[in-house]
Design a protein around this ligand. Structure first.
Ligand code: NAD
Length: 335
């Protein structure tokens, strides 16, 4: 699949395009010559950051505002050929304390977007940012796409609803939709304000600041960690492949490590910080799923996607990025 020619001059909307995944995807798309529109609310809890798209800011049409603002969504969607729906309420913990806000953004916001696509861009494709949180606790591992969905938090339920809405609009209204169930991702351009999501990135900040990383329990749970470059490559493949409409794809790394090993690698790579084991806080223990390892062979077969960035190399590059651009990410911590 020649992604360069596929995306050249293609009209693409990225919701949440100022955040971590969205901005890295925008940089890739800009390098391929796509015509990019970003819709982003820059809500202060999330990762939206103008600096994320600074190298391409003159080549992006930026619409600042909320996914739930129908007029703005109409303005953003008209004439698009492809929509990457990435904006979301992204915190598992906040979804439990403010469940209706999660419904507002992740359910109502997704339906408003789909309605706008139906009316104003009926031929456009959709690639949806799904999540491993849709699955919840595993019956078996590695988890494939046939595994049942038993989310343990409101975020997981609502992200799953968003995926199902997308397929309803595909069946009923012909919008070709694909969902990528993203695993734990890390890399440049993540928010570094709090550890409510994107925990690996947050630990990099703690270690760089010489702080203490707290591991809940023993930290033996296995996790897949994907560098953001591998994730954006999967989005590009899903948006271009003829096999992708109607499909769900897991992303994973093929080389899972324990949570504790991940923390140790960060401390070694940054050369600072320490860790300690503490008991699980109840609100975290309630939504902890144990080992999570993904079977991504379907993405390999149908999208020709495999993760390429080795964990240690990705970590070193990520730390180097935040050392160079710390001033743009080390804003006041929020809780
Ligand atoms: N990063 C991961 O490890 C991971 C894992 C699984 C799934 N995901 C999914 O990927 C997507 C992006 O995650 P991220 O890590 O880039 O988060 P992020 O916080 O960096 O980006 C989210 C972006 O969406 C914007 N946004 C939030 N609510 C909005 C609204 N109502 N209207 C318009 N814009 C809004 C934010 O301003 C932000 O720029 C989410 O859908 C998330 O569920 C991420």
């Amino acid at each position: 699949m020649d992604l360069d020619s596929h995306y050249r001059n293609r009209k693409v909307l990225i919701t949440g395009g100022l955040g971590f995944l969205g901005s890295n995807l925008a940089l890739d798309l800009a390098a391929k010559g796509a015509e990019i529109t970003i819709l982003d609310s820059l809500h202060h809890w999330y990762g939206g950051n103008h600096f994320n798209i600074e190298p391409i800011s003159d080549r992006v049409r930026l619409i600042s505002g909320d996914l739930r603002d129908v007029e703005l969504v109409h303005e953003a969607i008209e004439g698009q050929e492809l929509v990457f729906h990435i904006a979301a309420q992204t915190s598992h913990v906040d979804s439990m304390t403010s469940p209706l806000f999660d419904v507002e953004v992740n359910c109502r916001g997704t339906i408003l977007l789909l309605e706008a696509m139906k009316e104003l861009a009926p031929g456009a494709r959709l690639v949806y940012a799904g999540t491993r949180a849709q699955i919840g606790k595993l019956d078996y591992t590695p988890v494939d796409e046939k595994h049942g969905a038993f989310p343990v938090d409101i975020y997981g339920v609502n992200k799953h609803a968003g995926e199902l809405y997308a397929f309803v609009y595909m069946n009923a209204h012909g919008i070709p939709a694909t969902s990528l169930r993203i695993n734990n991702s890390y890399g440049p351009r993540h928010q570094m304000k709090h550890g409510k999501y994107g925990i690996l990135n947050w630990f990099i900040r703690l270690a760089m600041d010489g702080g203490t990383i707290r591991i809940f329990g023993e930290g033996n749970q296995l996790r897949d960690y994907n560098h953001v470059d591998d994730v954006t490559r999967a989005f590009l493949a899903a948006g271009a492949s003829d096999a992708a409409p109607g499909q769900v794809y897991n992303l994973g790394c093929g080389d899972p490590i324990s949570f504790r090993e991940m923390v140790k690698a960060i401390i070694e790579t940054t050369g600072s910080g320490r860790y300690e084991h503490v008991p699980w806080p109840k609100e975290r223990e309630d939504i902890e799923v144990g080992d999570y390892v993904a079977d991504f062979s379907k993405a390999t077969r149908e999208l020709e996607w495999t993760p390429r960035v080795p964990f240690q190399k990705g970590l070193e590059e990520t730390v180097a990025f935040y050392r160079e651009h710390q001033v743009h990410y080390w804003s006041k911590q929020i809780s």
